[in-house]
Design a protein around this ligand. Structure first.
Ligand code: FES
Length: 258
């Protein structure tokens, strides 16, 4: 039974030094709060601003500029911004955290669901919609390609090539987002040929790994750091957008290195 196990671990003297065992809610709670603030900031940014461009810089919330191409005057980020938000919102890493912190579904591996509820994983609505993650991955890759185009443009100004603080922030953001996107569980499943068990397939092939298996192994290594890339890319998107927003508002000036 799960509940007694959680209580038993917390009560054992040898576990007193482990914050992870004593307070399993800390990590999901911090993630859920920061992610929630990020979602609120994103809504404020895309609903109350009609411009996310400053010179050669394009905010990641406003790229690609489909709204502008369609001639929209307001809410120009809306045609695209739902893609990265849903991609991140259905990410396995964030799912684990907000399912525990926001919905207690359940609060940790060794805890039961709140009374009156039965654990159904993500097979029932409303949690089942997160299974669309693999499709959001394809759309996110398209958006990422535009972010790299924006990043290259961020090094070219009226006077020609230059390296400014905004250019470097956009470059760091594109790198973190690339690591986040290509360490995704859905991408790992895709390069593994969509099989449920790649290591089983290796056994069936008498130790002869296929190209697909090698790629799956490599992406599996990246995947081990997926939570870190999730954090790094979330913060970099936030910082880049805020930097560009403050430039647009005239609160700060861009820093030129050379
Ligand atoms: S699992 Fe996190 S982006 Fe796919």
């Amino acid at each position: 039974m799960a509940q007694p196990l959680a209580k038993g671990l917390a009560g054992r003297p040898e576990n007193h030094g482990s914050a992870k065992v004593q307070r399993p809610w800390i990590e999901p709670a911090v993630t859920a709060v920061v992610f929630g603030l990020f979602v609120l900031y994103s809504l404020w940014e895309v609903l109350f601003h009609a411009n996310g461009v400053y010179g050669s810089y394009v905010s990641p919330f406003f790229s690609p500029q489909v709204g502008r191409w369609l001639g929209m005057r307001n809410f120009i980020a809306i045609p695209v911004v739902w893609i990265p938000l849903f991609f991140r919102g259905t990410c396995y890493y964030y799912r684990k955290e907000y399912n525990r912190a926001w919905f207690w579904h359940p609060s940790s591996c060794a805890a039961t669901e709140p009374s009156g509820r039965r654990y159904t994983g993500e097979s029932r609505f409303p949690f089942s919609w997160t299974n669309l993650h693999r499709y959001f991955w394809y759309l996110a890759v398209i958006v990422l390609a535009f972010l790299w185009k924006d990043t290259i443009s961020a090094f070219f100004f009226h006077q020609g090539f230059a390296v400014r603080l905004g250019s470097l922030l956009m470059l760091a953001n594109a790198i973190f987002l690339t690591l986040y996107t290509f360490s995704c569980h859905a991408f790992r499943h895709l390069v593994g040929g969509g099989k449920d068990c790649n290591s089983c397939m290796l056994g069936a092939q008498a130790g002869q790994p296929t190209t697909s298996y090698r790629m799956w192994t490599r992406v599996s290594r990246w995947n081990q750091r997926h939570g870190g890339w999730a954090w790094a890319s979330l913060i970099s998107v936030w910082v880049v957008d805020l930097y560009i927003r403050l430039l647009i508002m005239g609160v700060i000036h861009d820093v030129r290195f050379f």
